[in-house]
Write a protein that binds this ligand. Structure first.
Ligand SMILES: Nc1nc2c(ncn2[C@@H]2O[C@H](COP(=O)(O)OP(=O)(O)OP(=O)(O)O)[C@@H](O)[C@H]2O)c(=O)[nH]1
Ligand SMILES: [Mg+2]
Length: 315
């Protein structure tokens, strides 16, 4: 274990991969590892990239890697796989698309899910970020498909969230309505080589215009780009830097991080409590008797839950 901790700290690629596997599998060994790594983490800047399937997220990540590598920064990328049967192809696609960075020791790319992680996908992603952060990556990028709640939660666990959208989706901003709109710090309108870019931009502007704003509010910039040929990627990276600078003022970044850490603690507690409750209902004699009464409708779910919770002092 100490060897693994040291190797991650040195930025050893295989050790990092192993550490992330422990995290995603919910392996008990992940806990002491994360405990040891946490004090070494905290310097990385976390970026979330979310948006509809096929929007060009991986292509964009690839461009951003090149951009940051050009500045001498080390980049870690996690393509978050919600373990859906549909993601297999996408992950394979990601590998192919980002392959040119595969031999660069300053770049770490992998996909991960949350097979055994108690706190779910967002918590697993947060732990993976701790690993990459402790391993010395300056930028950690999460790519998530912005269609599910847990993916949205992952995207919210970062410093800057980018929402990639593309013109011509039919209802262009459909994806923005599923709760992703609120979490976007930057709108990236990709595939600007296609028709309908202006319409897409105007729709986002309209959605933003109904927000309450004052001089302290961050107005999410809308950046047009063509990830495929790299047009607009520098402008997007500038937008990230502006958001980073904005977060750096008035302790915003600190409060965002504190909120994120509280959320991490909550997710761990929730996961453990769920496990505990499950064991209780399976093994505890009194709880099982209560369940039998419940099945016969002699009692109700609230009463049974209250009896179990009372043991924790929760009324
Ligand atoms: N026309 C055009 N096509 C693009 C652009 N950027 C990416 N694409 C294409 O869009 C397709 C999907 O790109 P990806 O980068 O895999 O998209 P993604 O959002 O990562 O996809 P998933 O991970 O499967 O959700 C690929 O065929 C890309 O070549 C662009 O700026 N213009
Ligand atoms: Mg992708």
């Amino acid at each position: 274990m100490n060897d693994l901790i040291d190797a991650v700290g040195r930025g050893d690629i295989r050790a990092i991969a192993r550490a992330i596997s422990l995290v995603e599998n919910g392996d008990p060994a992940a806990v002491p590892l994360l405990r040891a790594l946490f004090p070494r983490a905290g310097a990385a800047y976390l970026l979330g990239i979310t948006g509809p399937p096929g929007g060009g997220k991986s292509t964009l990540v690839d461009r951003l890697i090149a951009h940051y590598r050009g500045q001498g920064l080390r980049v870690g990328v996690i393509a978050v796989d919600p373990s859906s049967p549909f993601s297999g192809g996408a992950i394979l696609g990601d590998r192919v698309r980002m392959q040119k960075h595969a031999t660069d020791p300053g770049v770490f790319i992998r996909s991960m899910g949350s097979r055994g992680h108690l706190g779910g996908l967002a918590a697993a992603a947060a732990d993976a970020a701790t690993v990459l952060d402790a391993a010395g990556y300056d930028r950690v990028i999460f790519e998530t498909v912005g269609i599910g709640q847990s993916e949205v939660e992952v995207a919210a666990q970062v410093d800057t969230t980018m929402l990639v959208t593309v013109p011509g989706l039919g209802d262009d901003v459909q994806v923005l309505k599923a709760g992703t709109m609120e979490i976007a710090d930057i709108f990236a309108v990709n595939k600007a080589d296609r028709e309908g870019v202006e319409k897409c931009v105007i729709e986002i502007e309209q959605l933003l215009s109904v927000r309450e704003m004052d001089e302290t509010t961050w107005l999410p910039p809308i950046v047009q780009l063509v990830a495929r040929d790299g047009t607009g990627v520098d402008g997007l990276a500038d937008a990230v830097e502006r958001h980073r600078a904005w977060l750096g003022r008035n302790g915003r970044r600190e409060s965002k991080r504190e909120q994120r850490l509280r959320q991490q603690v909550r997710a761990i507690i929730t996961g453990r409590l769920g496990e505990w409750a499950q064991a209780k209902l399976t093994n505890d004699l009194e709880a099982r008797e209560n369940l039998v009464d419940l099945y016969q409708r002699k009692t109700d779910p609230h009463t049974v839950a209250a009896a179990v919770l009372l043991e924790l002092g929760i009324e």
